[in-house]
Design a protein around this ligand. Structure first.
Ligand SMILES: CC(C)(COP(=O)(O)OP(=O)(O)OC[C@H]1O[C@@H](n2cnc3c(N)ncnc32)[C@H](O)[C@@H]1OP(=O)(O)O)[C@@H](O)C(=O)NCCC(=O)NCCS
Length: 132
């Protein structure tokens, strides 16, 4: 018998790093919210957590396992949650999830998730050890 599919998490994991509203200017040709806008919110959210961990500037070096699970509509409340997965010498892996809530309902929907890698950098833009 096939293994049952893993159910999506019932609640967000990680800490709130960004909360914003999806606006008409962020739509794609279908009238839904453009995936690139969501990705940039997630990248910003992960960077906020990475900066607070490293206590320095950071840059994004990689994005892995990105999934778009559900469309986001104009006016939806979008919240990004970030969770530190691991710290290397200069890099940090952070899992970011975006959840939405329609203004007329209370239901939370997980719409995207991905794993972002950030590198702590010095003033010259060179990698520097994460201060722990
Ligand atoms: C990120 C950057 C500073 C790394 O410089 P580099 O000389 O390649 O540095 P290193 O090879 O020493 O790698 C630094 C760390 O990044 C990790 N890394 C590098 N490339 C990676 C990749 N593709 N995926 C995951 N981790 C990566 C390394 O494993 C290393 O981690 P560690 O120190 O924890 O072991 C440089 O590549 C850069 O400036 N890239 C552009 C970043 C950017 O503009 N991002 C978009 C805007 S924020």
């Amino acid at each position: 018998m096939p293994e049952p599919a893993t159910p999506p998490p019932a609640a967000p994991t990680g800490e709130v790093v960004i909360r914003t509203l999806a606006m008409p200017a962020d739509t794609n040709a279908n009238g839904d919210i453009f995936g690139g806008w969501l990705l940039s919110q997630m990248d910003l959210g992960g960077a906020i957590l990475a900066r607070s961990m490293a206590r320095s500037r950071v840059v994004t070096v990689a994005i892995d396992s990105m999934s778009f699970l559900r469309a986001v509509g104009v006016g939806d409340l979008v919240t990004c949650y970030a969770k530190l997965l691991g710290v290397g010498r200069t890099s940090m892996r952070i899992h970011v999830e975006a959840w939405t809530q329609h203004f007329a309902e209370g239901t939370l929907w997980r719409v995207t998730e991905g794993t972002f890698t950030y590198v702590a950098i010095d003033d010259a833009g060179k990698p520097q050890p994460v201060k722990r």
